[in-house]
Design a protein around this ligand. Structure first.
Ligand SMILES: [Zn+2]
Ligand SMILES: [Zn+2]
Length: 241
């Protein structure tokens, strides 16, 4: 029932399973924000890595200026015969109501919008682990609530790196039942659960969990440099199952 709400561009991942991934990378950054390479160079890296489709999921905010339109035009100008390139934005979840930091101008340019939990409401600096003043349970609970609120509010296509703050900022492994609950919310909303090479050490396990919960999937390397493009597929092949 939720599947007909899924953005058709995400159908490329329908063939993914715990034993097979498709050659598409839907999480890349460029020199338009904090990446080290241009749109053209990242696209060349995608072709070299044998990828058939990529999403340029550039960081954006509601306050992003007209640079986003120029970025989008650059992506649309890329040749599509070897690797199709899509315009996207990665935006943060702002508050416990699940509102996103995005403008209509950015939305209009995007084939796909990714929403990620990047910090907790009210935080101005990012302190890691115990220094941040949260217990493990509190931090995981807040991250879960923000992600679930966003999935219930909707208005985007991909939940970026679920529990990324727990895994990488704090170094904590969230309980399986909460990961499953987010996957179920993704299934209900018709929003893809991103399996991300930078945050999820065992992508095959995450894909298996999503399949069990009938959650749509997106795969991302989180590439900020050409050599990172397609990393999800490489990690997938290198982790023993
Ligand atoms: Zn992110
Ligand atoms: Zn990112």
């Amino acid at each position: 029932m939720s599947s007909d709400r899924l953005n058709p561009a995400l159908r490329v991942f329908d063939a993914c399973s715990a034993s097979e991934v498709v050659a598409a990378d839907f999480h890349m950054h460029t020199t338009w924000t904090d990446g080290s390479a241009s749109v053209v160079d990242m696209h060349c890296a995608a072709i070299a890595a044998g990828l058939g489709t990529v999403l340029f999921s550039e960081h954006a905010r509601a306050s992003s200026g007209d640079w986003f339109g120029k970025f989008a035009a650059e992506v649309r100008a890329l040749p599509a015969e070897h690797c199709k390139a899509l315009v996207g934005a990665e935006v943060k979840v702002l508050n416990p109501r699940g509102e996103l930091d995005i403008s209509n101008a950015v939305r209009r340019e995007c084939a796909l919008v990714m929403a990620s939990v990047h910090r907790f409401p009210g935080e101005t600096d990012i302190r890691k682990g115990r220094d941040a003043g949260y217990s493990e349970e509190q931090a995981i609970g807040i991250e879960f609530e923000l992600a679930r609120a966003a999935l219930r509010a909707g208005g985007f296509d991909i939940l970026g790196h679920p529990f990324g703050m727990a895994y990488r900022r704090f170094g904590w492994v969230p309980p399986q039942h909460l990961i499953r609950e987010l996957a179920r919310e993704c299934a209900r909303a018709g929003i893809a659960f991103e399996v991300n090479a930078r945050y999820h050490d065992r992508p095959a396990d995450m894909i298996a969990l999503c399949r069990e919960e009938k959650a749509p999937i997106s795969l991302g390397s989180n590439a900020h440099a050409p050599e990172e493009v397609g990393r999800l597929q490489r990690v997938f092949r290198s982790v023993p199952s």
